[in-house]
Write a protein that binds this ligand. Structure first.
Ligand code: HEM
Length: 307
């Protein structure tokens, strides 16, 4: 249980951290600020709010990583060995442990970088550069301790596909979550986004989400092909049944995503000020969290093709 919740928190935090960087680099760079007419507090910077959300996301990653360590130790615990000696052995002498150290290191670097990025003044820009590097490194780490490394064939391709799969998930759903979070935090700090600016953000985000969906589909299918062994495993094997469940939940995410892509600019234009995202965005993000929960179970289910 603790392992599942930890991986879930880790995936959700990782996707949101990728989203914070993407929102800053690919959305806010084109459309900075909350936009005219600036009602409320013009000093509130959406980039700084995105950095704060990024830092919070890394807290979830750190807690997830610690929980994964606790779960791993619980499985292999030898009651006759001192606990610290066992943890040291696990972390320093196994490939799982080395991937874990890389994950914690990338998390610490990115958290520091997001802290810089959230500050006003000249430290913010180097903060974003470092945060980008840290998050790229972090996106690499799940693949290093997952099924991709244990694939029968094409291990390098499997690891690369896994990294792109996770990163694209962050560019799509992480960026959407961060956009929603920035609007929420902005309101709390007295800054109100204009309708025009919110439509700008959605317009900049939509092609990113579409491109990411294509990458997720291609890399996901490749992973499924590597791990399933046969199509019939989708209903005959526990791994396949969990993957099928993931795909069912994905239908909800895609359905909401398609609706939001087609309809949200018009709905924002037609709404009053302050501008808000339509409620279907919350539904899309909720379904994405459910999808990540299924993924958290899937990643520890033995894949039929590896047996
Ligand atoms: C919104 C869409 C999706 C998101 C956010 C998502 C997210 C993830 C994440 C975070 C992982 C864990 C990576 C790791 O631990 O290394 C993963 C693994 C995986 N995903 Fe997805 N995924 C999505 C869609 C899909 C689709 C469409 C497919 C299949 C067609 C798919 C198939 C897989 C497979 C086979 C794995 C490997 C699981 C394992 O390690 O055994 N995913 N996904």
């Amino acid at each position: 249980m603790i392992g599942t919740v930890s991986r879930w928190a880790l995936f959700a935090g990782l996707l949101a951290a990728v989203g914070a960087v993407t929102f800053r680099l690919l959305v806010l760079r084109r459309f900075p600020g909350f936009g005219p007419p600036s009602e409320g507090d013009a000093s509130v910077d959406p980039a700084a709010l995105a950095a704060r959300i990024g830092r919070l996301a890394l807290l979830a990653v750190a807690l997830g990583a610690l929980g994964r360590l606790a779960a791993e130790v619980a499985v292999f615990r030898d009651p006759f060995e001192p606990l610290w000696a066992e943890i040291r052995l696990l972390v320093t002498r196994t490939s799982w442990g080395r991937a874990w150290i890389a994950q914690i290191t990338a998390t610490a670097i990115s958290a520091f970088a997001f802290t810089l990025a959230s500050r006003p003044g000249r430290v913010a820009e180097p903060g974003w550069v470092l945060a980008t590097a840290g998050v790229v490194l972090l996106a690499y780490t799940p693949a290093l301790s997952g099924h991709a490394t244990g694939a029968e064939h094409y291990v390098t391709a499997a690891i690369s596909a896994d990294v792109f799969h996770v990163a694209a998930g962050g560019v799509w759903l992480g960026t959407l979550a961060v956009m929603a979070g920035v609007l929420h935090l902005g309101r709390r700090h007295g800054a109100v986004v204009s309708r025009t600016r919110l439509v700008d953000w959605i317009t900049a985000f939509s092609p990113l989400a579409l491109g990411s969906a294509a990458v997720i589909g291609a890399t996901g299918l490749f992973g499924a092909w590597l791990h399933l062994g046969a199509v019939s495993s989708l209903w005959t094997e526990p791994y396949g049944r969990r993957l099928s469940l993931k795909l069912l939940v994905l239908l909800v995410v895609i359905g909401c995503g398609a609706y939001n892509w087609k309809r949200s600019p018009d709905r924002v234009r037609a709404s009053g000020e302050p501008a808000r995202l339509p409620p279907t965005v919350a539904l899309e993000l909720g379904a994405a969290l459910a999808l990540l929960l299924v993924t958290a179970v899937l990643t520890v289910t033995p894949p039929p093709a590896h047996e």
